[in-house]
Design a protein around this ligand. Structure first.
Ligand SMILES: [Zn+2]
Length: 260
């Protein structure tokens, strides 16, 4: 896909030359999930970063996950569907996941920004959020709520648990719904479709990331849907069996395959 090389710049495991990539425009799509739940994905150029808008079909409130470099597309989606944002949830503080915060807050000034405690400083630090390396000096409004591992979020009709998984970014969190079947995970740059987040940034570490994926994601039911920060949707079961970077050390993937 066109965005793959660009997503590698900040998100994915294997960097590709930026100059060979044509940037797609933002687009929105509905993803098949629980019939009561609507998940819209808005992919932003230039890094192929996924913003998600999560809502209950019978409610107007919505949650925005990781607003990227094309916030107008996010605003358009929300306005077209007459939704009311109640929070911006950030998986981590890299620039491609926070670039839309300022525009969204301009449009909806009361919407709080939530981020993992150890990534909060990246919001206002261009070196920390990696925008300085691209010559942008991007600064987001600061966080309104700092999240810790195991914390519960009850918003927009969802019960969500925060799971801390460092290794791509020291304060990276993922958001897991507790009241949908299957569970949904908004995973940022931890686990991609047959990929993982880069671990070569100053606060990155492969062993930490792999341990977090095994302990925090591979332990979830196979049908858990993972909405990653770059690329296509996947499931926990698919990654336990097929992820080439982080194998399921308990061998459950092999055993399950043998039964098919
Ligand atoms: Zn990142």
């Amino acid at each position: 896909m066109l965005a793959e090389g660009v997503s590698s710049a900040i998100g994915a495991a294997s960097p590709q030359p930026l100059s060979f990539v044509q940037f797609p425009m933002a687009f929105s799509e509905l993803l098949p999930t629980h019939p009561d739940v609507v998940v819209a994905r808005i992919e932003s150029a230039p890094f192929g970063e996924n913003t998600y808008v999560l809502s209950r079909r019978d409610r107007s409130e919505c949650l925005i996950v990781d607003p990227g470099f094309e916030p107008e597309a996010v605003i358009n989606w929300i306005e077209e569907h007459r939704l009311d944002p109640v929070a911006i949830l950030l998986t981590h503080g890299h620039s491609d996941h926070i670039a839309g915060n300022a525009a969204l807050r301009e449009r909806w000034p009361k919407v709080p920004i939530l981020i993992g405690r150890d990534d909060a400083s990246k919001l206002t630090d261009p070196a920390g959020n990696l925008s300085g390396a691209f010559g942008m000096a991007l600064r987001s409004p600061p966080a309104d709520r700092l999240l810790v591992d195991g914390e519960a979020i009850a918003m927009a009709g969802f019960a969500i648990t925060v799971i801390t998984i460092p290794g791509h970014s020291c304060g990276h969190v993922v958001f897991r719904t507790d009241d949908t079947r299957p569970a949904l995970v908004f995973g940022g740059d931890v686990l991609f479709l047959e990929g993982i987040g880069r671990t070569d940034f100053p606060d990155g570490d492969f062993a930490t990331l792999a341990a977090g994926i095994r302990g925090g994601l591979y332990t979830l039911p196979d049908d858990t849907v993972v909405f990653p920060g770059h690329g296509d949707t996947t499931t926990v079961g698919h990654e336990r069996r097929h992820n080439p970077f982080v194998a399921d050390l308990l061998g459950r993937g092999d055993a399950a395959d043998a039964n098919r």
